[in-house]
Design a protein around this ligand. Structure first.
Ligand code: FPP
Length: 277
């Protein structure tokens, strides 16, 4: 598949170019989702306040997005603020994250434009403070005509609440159009997800070593390859995105089917009349 936008490989660092050169262009992931974790630990290891970890984390968001745009990755979806963060973190931290998001959008808009990045959001964003929503809309509208990477920030997002929202919308449609529930398909559910306009992620990256999905894109990651790194999010850069892609390309995606080799062995065995194990 031809990547979205123009490739700007010459803008990669020498280290990034070396990893990129090992990748097979025809099987690059089209959609990468990331659970950005470890901001607090990054700060703690340096005896700094947690908010400084978040600030460094925002810097990583920009660096990784720019590498993604240089290699023509069509979709990058980052878990920036979960419903659980909103409900369970101290108010002061939540307020800080909201201010950081606003500042991030303001100060990085020009770089988004320079990198041809389009900004979108998923989640119950209508519950965020009005001035944050306003800034989000501003950045989305300003970048709407960009044709490179779509950077989607998951904000006040939860996978289960997304499904609840989708089922509510679907139930309303069923009632209005008198649809027989027995005729509901996966596609009908897909249409009502926040991510209806995107392909499912090919690769999910989680930083800081935790082996959890944390309520992220639960429906969409049914066949997604998962890559967990010990690296903390504030230390994650474009080169680590490329390394995760290299690891992804060493996997064999089977979508519940058989490995191509096994299929071939079975076929050959049947032909000569022996059973394969
Ligand atoms: C987890 O760190 C990270 C988050 C709360 C969400 C990600 C937020 C950012 C990267 C900052 C800003 C983002 C944007 C788009 C401006 P944690 O606090 O859970 O880390 P810990 O598990 O080490 O405590």
């Amino acid at each position: 598949m031809i990547p979205v936008g123009t490739l700007r490989i010459d803008e990669l660092t020498a280290e990034e170019r070396a990893v990129y050169a090992t990748l097979k262009p025809e099987t690059l992931p089209q959609h990468v989702a990331i659970i950005m974790d470890g901001n607090g630990r990054w700060a703690g290891h340096r005896s700094l306040k947690r908010f400084l970890g978040h600030q460094q984390g925002a810097n990583s968001v920009q660096m990784v997005t720019e590498t993604a745009s240089r290699i023509g990755l069509p979709w990058l979806t980052l878990y920036a603020f979960s419903l659980e963060n909103n409900l369970r973190r101290p108010r002061a931290e939540v307020n800080f994250l909201m201010r950081l998001l606003k500042t991030y959008l303001e100060s990085n808009l020009q770089r988004m434009m320079d990198n041809n990045v389009r900004m979108r959001y998923i989640g119950r964003t209508h519950e965020l403070p009005a001035e944050v929503q306003e800034k989000m809309r501003w950045a989305e509208e300003a970048t709407a005509a960009n044709t490179g990477t779509t950077l989607t920030l998951a904000l006040n997002y939860g996978g289960r609440s997304e499904l609840v929202d989708a089922f509510r919308a679907l139930a309303a449609e069923i009632k209005q159009k008198h649809i027989n529930p027995a005729h509901i398909t996966e596609e009908d559910i897909n249409r009502h997800l926040y991510t209806a306009h995107m392909p499912d992620p090919d690769l999910l990256i989680r930083t800081s070593g935790e082996m959890r999905l944390s309520n992220y894109l639960l429906w969409q990651i049914a066949y997604t390859e998962i890559f967990v790194t010990e690296r903390l999010w504030p230390d994650f850069r474009g080169i680590h995105l490329l390394e995760a892609m290299a690891d992804y390309q060493r996997r064999e995606r089977r979508y519940g089917g058989l490995s191509e080799n096994i299929g071939q062995v079975e076929e050959n065995s049947e032909r000569v009349g022996i059973a394969a194990n």
